[in-house]
Design a protein around this ligand. Structure first.
Ligand code: ZN
Length: 195
């Protein structure tokens, strides 16, 4: 049943994994949280389990997502940050209740104020976005070099020269396109049977 929905693109940065639930924003966009249940699934995978989600909450989540995308993109481009998007991120961060707890193994685990409250989970995502946008973490916001993607991602590579949001998708596609192009060139340049 769930197989009919697009897979999640999971990275190790919560806020940009969340913005990656909509991909190919400048091409044929793929919505990876098309239903409230898929948002519930995504939150569970990311350690923010809630037991239900309404359509209104899904819409609210998408509003936060696009706000994070807008502010992260402006940050990567060193543009002025859009005030309305900042407002939404701040509202989300303030509204939700969530506490960081420590597991016996020494890992961080989020305890939401209420498991029926998607807003609590969204506040964790909003706070994560704030920390990367504010430059509190080691890394740099950048935009994917794929023209149809242009997703904002958090580059933690030593040289800060990562080009693609995801090596397995955008990076791989680019590599394949380059390979094809060079193959074509070689093909016309050296016709077969001339040696
Ligand atoms: Zn990309």
């Amino acid at each position: 049943m769930r197989d009919q929905f697009p897979d999640f693109r999971l990275g190790n940065v919560l806020a940009t994994s969340f913005t990656a639930t909509l991909t190919e924003r400048h091409g044929n966009a793929v919505e990876r949280i098309p239903t409230p249940q898929r948002l519930v699934d995504w939150l569970a995978v990311n350690g923010l389990a809630v037991d239900s989600c309404t359509t209104a909450q899904l819409e609210f989540a998408r509003e936060l997502r696009e706000s994070i995308h807008a502010v992260a993109t402006a940050t990567a481009l060193q543009d002025t940050l859009p005030p309305s998007a900042i407002q939404i991120i701040n509202d989300c961060s303030i509204q939700g209740r969530a506490a960081a707890t420590l597991t016996p193994e020494g890992n961080r685990q989020w305890r939401l104020g209420s498991e029926s409250c998607v807003e609590d989970a969204l506040s964790v995502i909003a706070a994560d976005a704030i920390s990367i946008i504010a430059g509190e973490r080691d890394g740099k916001l950048a935009l994917c070099a794929s023209p149809t993607c242009q997703a904002a991602f958090f580059d933690t590579s030593q040289s800060r020269t990562r080009k693609w949001c995801d090596m397995n998708t955008c990076g791989n596609r680019q590599k394949k396109a380059r390979f094809k192009a060079s193959h074509r060139k070689t093909g016309t340049g050296t016709p077969t049977g001339t040696t």
